[in-house]
Design a protein around this ligand. Structure first.
Ligand code: TEU
Length: 537
């Protein structure tokens, strides 16, 4: 099966629909929304982790890989979800967090109890390196009272696994095959480019250790082994690797079909163009030139290298794109449809994060107490206690960059709690009075997404065409040309909140318009956040 004409929808189960009044979303809630998702036209649903977990990192701290967190429901509910989705020609993609496990996992508990077999499942050292955790602070913690330390690149409750140990790899491959046996055809591999730690772990303080464990050559060997032992045996499989701080060269190697590693890769460079000096916990306007050049470089080099990009603006770790890349107060709707076209008409597999299809925005909570994410809480403490930032400035940074911004409950309607729950939501809802599915059914964004999703199936130039940059010198417009056979498609997306001029390449002047997020198109001009796609004559 080709995945190139597919569109994948990401659901943060905790925030999608609660059917029990617990305040937490559940699997039955997703089942209830399958007709909505079928109508949207998506092909696969990526579910963030649904396994038993102490929830220090909202499920990315897994305590049992082959069970269902009872807060979300039962294994029967999951099997019902798979079956009901399949009836609607929708497949499931599960989140495989194989770089680390919860310290509550039995493997870690047995290791702590002195079981040498399981101690070799982890990365233990007498002398820790000077690496920094991605959630702030030291990346090593005392391993009980053994005098050793264990590595945790993320939270202290997320112990990194030792992939050099063939027993670890066997256990993890068995996990993937367990879910394949349940009818799962999709897998998202969490920070999978971090699994290849060197045996000799060296200090690297100026880079907080990233070069010692990121994109190591052995990672490709592990992925090929994983592929051939598990999902590679399934012609229907679609796999995506989340690649932290990766490179284009590696993403071509991770995704080139002849290498039998993964179908596609997420990279995050385009979501760091509003980082000041590469630091997430800052607040600056995004650099459009940098964004445009990144899209062109990745688009052209992955196209030429036969790699495959996962295309996205939003996910559960990011603030809502509308608040970052658009004058959202004045152009929320046109900005949302322009951002959609900019990736859905590009080369790669588009991902829709829940709520993106109705233009959901950040909640702008007014108190630090409203933010619950471990990364945000750590960041606020570091900003105020170590970096000398005022509480006000630190809070403004959290408001802009917290991962909670995208984790607020899905906004179904304007009733209490946005129709998400009859109980008290685990995280407060955002502005659901003006922005919700019911309201947008009569609106523009949802229908524009439906059209784009359908076009990806109807027009091979979108799913199969090459990618070339266009209008590279234009200060406000991100444009590219897709080519397939004797057809060419010119796509221009204005990131300006005012009218701009564009010079349409001659071969497209008077061509058939494929998409336009405005009613009209005036040759040579783009209205604020206008996106057009025009065929060559
Ligand atoms: O995220 C990987 C990662 O690097 C995150 O730290 C993310 O990029 C960052 O928070 C953006 O500011 C994956 C999961 O998507 C994330 O939810 C988990 O917390 C993390 O791995 C650990 O499993």
């Amino acid at each position: 099966m080709t995945f190139k004409d597919k569109v994948i929808y990401q659901i943060y189960p905790k925030s999608y629909l609660d059917t029990t009044g617990s305040g937490v979303g559940d699997l039955q809630g997703i089942i209830q929304k399958l007709d909505y998702l079928q109508d949207l036209g998506v092909d696969m649903l990526w579910l963030n982790p649904i396994y038993p977990s102490p929830q220090y990192d909202n499920g990315y701290d897994i305590a049992d890989y082959v069970a269902i967190n009872p807060d979300f429901g039962t294994m029967d509910d999951f099997e019902e979800l798979v079956a009901e989705a399949k009836k609607r020609n929708i497949d499931i993609m599960l989140d495989m967090v194989l770089n680390h496990v919860s310290t509550h996992h039995e493997w870690f508990q047995k290791a702590l109890a002195g079981d040498k077999y399981y101690q070799d499942f982890f990365i233990l050292r007498d002398e820790p390196t000077d690496w920094v955790s991605k959630f702030g602070g030291n990346a090593w913690a005392p391993f009980g009272d053994t005098g050793k330390y264990y590595l945790h690149l993320f939270d202290i409750t997320q112990a990194d696994l030792n992939w050099r140990n063939p027993n670890v790899r066997k256990e993890l491959y068995d996990v993937v095959n367990f879910w394949r046996a349940k009818g799962v055809h999709g897998f998202r591999f969490d920070v999978i480019n971090l699994i290849g730690k060197d045996q000799a772990l060296k200090n690297n303080s100026n880079n907080d250790g990233k070069p010692e464990y990121t994109d190591k050559p052995i990672t490709h060997e592990y992925l090929r082994d994983l592929n051939l032992t598990t999902f590679g045996q399934d012609p229907e499989s679609i796999t995506v690797g989340e690649m932290s701080s990766t490179t284009i060269e590696n993403c071509i190697l991770y995704t080139r079909p002849d290498r039998h590693e993964l179908s596609m890769a997420f990279n995050f460079h385009h979501l760091k163009v509003d980082y000041e000096n590469g630091q997430k916990w800052t607040t600056k306007s995004f650099d459009f030139e940098e964004l445009k050049n990144l899209f062109h470089t990745w688009g052209e080099e992955m196209s030429e290298g036969d790699g495959w990009n996962a295309l996205f603006w939003n996910n559960h770790d990011q603030p809502r794109a509308l608040n970052r890349f658009v004058d959202v107060k004045n152009f929320r709707v046109k900005g949302a449809t322009m951002l959609a076209a900019a990736i859905h008409l590009s080369r790669g597999t588009p991902y829709i994060y829940m709520g993106e299809e109705i233009g959901m925005v950040d909640p702008d909570f007014d108190s630090m107490e409203d933010y619950v994410d471990v990364e945000s809480i750590n960041a606020y403490r570091i900003m105020t206690e170590e970096d000398g930032k005022s509480a006000t400035d630190a809070f403004k940074t959290i408001q802009a960059k917290s991962r909670d911004n995208s984790r607020t409950p899905m906004q179904w309607d304007e009733t209490a709690n946005a129709g998400f729950s009859t109980g008290t939501p685990w995280l407060a809802t955002g502005n659901h009075f003006d922005i919700n599915v019911e309201a947008d059914k009569e609106g523009e964004i949802l229908n524009f997404y439906k059209d784009l999703i359908k076009l990806r199936k109807d027009k091979p130039i979108i799913s199969e065409g090459t990618y070339k940059a266009a209008l590279k010198d234009s200060p406000n417009v991100y444009a590219f040309i897709r080519e397939y056979g004797d057809k060419k498609l010119f796509v221009a997306n204005s990131f300006a909140n005012e009218e701009v001029e564009i010079e349409l390449p001659e071969e497209f002047v008077g061509g058939e318009i494929l998409t336009n997020n405005y009613d009209e198109y005036e040759a040579g001009k783009l209205a604020p956040y206008q996106s057009i796609a025009i065929f060559s004559k």
